[in-house]
Design a protein around this ligand. Structure first.
Ligand code: FES
Length: 142
């Protein structure tokens, strides 16, 4: 199987069977994010354990790329400290903009499947949308 085909499958699997889809009870923080170009939007809720993202969920409607990105993000961000999440966010943004070294991309697991969007600027926004929303949730002070 070609790598691009494998990546397409990873994206479709996450998009059709997203992980941590739903709401969590009594979230500590949450945020809503939308893409003005298409109207797709996500709501992300998290629970914190000190400095750690202990639980995370999302709901929303989006294209396959944004939904798959949200699903993979929940897998990767769960259990991370805020600082670790920011490092991950930085790598993820570089990945989808085609600026991440190959060896760093390998550490990103399934997320590497999103590297192909770097050739399509509109899709870069799709991939980043859930991540920006989680960043806003982490910074939610309410
Ligand atoms: Fe709307 Fe991708 S087309 S987020």
């Amino acid at each position: 199987m070609e790598l691009s085909e494998l990546y397409r499958e990873v994206i479709l699997t996450h998009a059709t069977h997203p992980h941590h889809y739903g709401e969590i009870e009594n979230p500590d923080k949450k945020a809503h994010g939308s893409n003005p170009l298409c109207g797709d939007s996500f709501d992300i809720e998290i629970k914190m354990d000190g400095d750690k993202i202990s639980e995370i969920s999302f709901i929303g409607a989006g294209c396959s790329i944004s939904k798959a990105s949200a699903s993979m993000m929940t897998e990767m961000a769960r259990g991370k400290t805020v600082k670790e999440f920011y490092d991950l966010l930085d790598k993820m943004e570089k990945l989808v903009r085609g600026e991440l070294a190959e060896k760093d991309a390998e550490e990103l697991g399934d997320l590497a499947a999103l590297a192909g969007v770097s050739a399509f600027p509109v899709r870069v926004k799709c991939a980043i949308l859930p991540w920006k929303t989680l960043k806003n949730a982490v910074e939610d002070d309410d």
